[in-house]
Design a protein around this ligand. Structure first.
Ligand code: BG6
Length: 489
């Protein structure tokens, strides 16, 4: 692998014994180390408040690493090197006293990367404590989502951090931006002139973005129930995907050029209020059903559930963008828990040819589609119309793929997890893949209006069976416009 220059740093992980750190962040750091992408001088420091001995906590981290990294990727020499870099310090994040010990851990004049895998409510206090012991100057802070639960609370969190850190040293995570195919979306759009001329309301009829998960709430009921699917997935991941599809070409690849273009899209989103709440958006909640042929409980019957909850586990909506490029082109977004399969994909539907000359009964299949698959089977496929082969087939048409399947095309190359790329970019000081404060705020503003509308209208979530594609009304949402969700069985 080509060497990427990364300066040495101390990487301090606040909340190191939490689920995200153990399941995603340590495995990502290990994979970077294994690929020789961490500088020899880089130190990793696990910080947590849990009582217990250093040895026990380091053993917990190692055990999770072995569990979450594929067995074939655990190489004894790489693991030894990784564990050799890793230290642990007990730290109560709110108490200034412990931070002096942190200063001693941060070697020489190296930059400190402070990754906050904790509740957003303590971000401000951690920043203040870093400042107090003189570490803030050389620190980049990485903020995990959720940053607040509405515009006002997200401002409070961002303002608390901004008292000590300029925006140029704040890295807000949306892990979807680190996914390989999302990166490829930028290459596809801006390195191929072929698409750009077609990328507007003259050629595109509509766009679908689906992020479906097979899992239910998996022991996160308390957190999830306060958020719901709109805050948990639409406000961040789906709106970021929408921005990358809809934004104008940036003048260069710098972080701010890209983010300026994304902000313009967020500002141009039509608010969903009034009557549109009934026609343009559907919220659902799963009831008992089947997953992989096995019975599974409904949302209200999950462990620790409050049986009265009206939190949504599914949202489908039609978003419209008020600008020249996208006027009249709906973006249909849909995301839910306990769907039939894990699937994240974007489908761009191109318009029909202006004059149709083939047999009328074949007309329904007409229309090119560009399918961008984020997971599983990352790849891009362009569906084009061709003729069936054979003397007996006449001019019978079929829709077939021109396909680029990333895992087949570069079989030897492992597709890195989103967090690997994001952690590497923080170490390189590159903010391209991180979300700026104003992006978060415009996204909240749009979502807040929608949530306020639900609240005033008393809109209850529609039930859908676990293992289905959501409430019937989510199908009506798109069929009403004479379309259907791509690929639903
Ligand atoms: C997280 C959400 O941001 O994304 C989770 O909080 C969700 O609820 C997860 O399960 C989905 O991520 P991925 O990468 O598995 O699609």
């Amino acid at each position: 692998m080509a060497a990427i220059s990364v300066e040495p740093c101390t990487f301090a992980l606040f909340g190191a014994l939490g689920d995200l750190a153990l399941r995603k962040l340590f495995p990502a750091l290990y994979q970077l180390d294994r690929a020789n992408l961490l500088h020899g001088g880089t130190r990793l420091l696990a910080l947590a408040r849990e009582p217990g001995s250093v040895e026990d906590h380091l053993a917990t981290i190692e055990a999770h690493l072995r569990q979450h990294v594929p067995a074939g990727d655990i190489e004894p020499a790489a693991l030894e090197r990784f564990l050799g870099r890793l230290g642990y310090q007990h730290l109560d994040f709110l108490q200034p006293e412990g931070y002096q010990a942190l200063v001693e851990q941060v070697a020489g004049g190296m930059p400190l990367i402070a990754y906050f895998a904790t509740a957003a409510a303590v971000y401000g206090a951690i920043c203040e404590n870093l400042e107090r012991v003189g570490l803030a100057e050389r620190t980049r802070v990485v903020l995990e989502k959720p940053i607040g639960h509405d515009l006002e609370s997200s401002r409070r969190v961002n303002d608390a951090v901004a008292r000590f850190f300029p925006e140029s040293r704040v890295y807000r995570i949306d892990h979807y931006l680190g996914k390989e195919t999302v990166q490829n979306l930028i290459a596809l759009r801006f390195a191929n002139s072929l698409f750009e001329t077609q990328w507007n309301q003259n050629s595109i009829s509509h766009v679908e973005i689906t992020v479906a998960e097979k899992v239910g709430i998996e022991g996160r009921w308390g957190y999830f129930d306060k958020a719901g699917q709109l805050r948990d997935m639409i406000q961040n991941h789906l709106l970021q995907l929408l921005c990358l599809i809809a934004m104008d070409p940036p003048s260069d690849l710098s972080a701010d050029s890209i983010r300026d273009e994304k902000v313009k899209v967020l500002k141009a989103l039509t608010p969903i209020t009034g009557e549109a709440l009934g026609t343009h958006v559907v919220r659902g909640q799963y009831i008992a059903g089947y997953s992989d042929g096995k019975p599974v409980p409904g949302y209200l019957d999950e462990d620790n559930a409050n049986a009265q909850s009206d939190t949504e586990t599914f949202v489908a909506l039609r978003a419209d963008i008020r600008n020249w490029r996208w006027s009249g082109v709906p973006f249909y977004l849909r995301t839910g828990k306990r769907m039939p399969q894990k699937l994240s994909q974007i489908v761009i539907h191109f318009k029909e040819t202006p004059h149709y000359i083939f047999a009328p009964e074949q007309r329904l299949q007409i229309g090119n589609k560009l399918i961008i698959r984020l997971q599983p089977d990352e790849g891009i496929s362009l569906r084009v119309m061709t003729k069936e082969q054979g003397l007996d087939k006449g001019m019978q048409l079929r829709s077939g793929p021109l396909q680029l399947n990333f895992s087949d095309a570069w079989r030897s190359a492992r597709i890195p997890d989103a967090y690997e790329r994001l952690l590497l970019e923080v170490m390189r000081g590159n903010q391209n893949l991180f979300v700026r404060k104003d992006e978060i705020e415009y996204a909240w503003k749009w979502c807040d209006q929608l949530i306020a509308g639900w609240r005033t209208s008393g809109d209850a979530p529609k039930p859908y069976a676990a293992g289905s594609w959501g409430p019937m009304s989510s199908i009506a949402l798109i069929t009403r416009d004479g379309r259907s969700w791509y690929g639903d069985i």
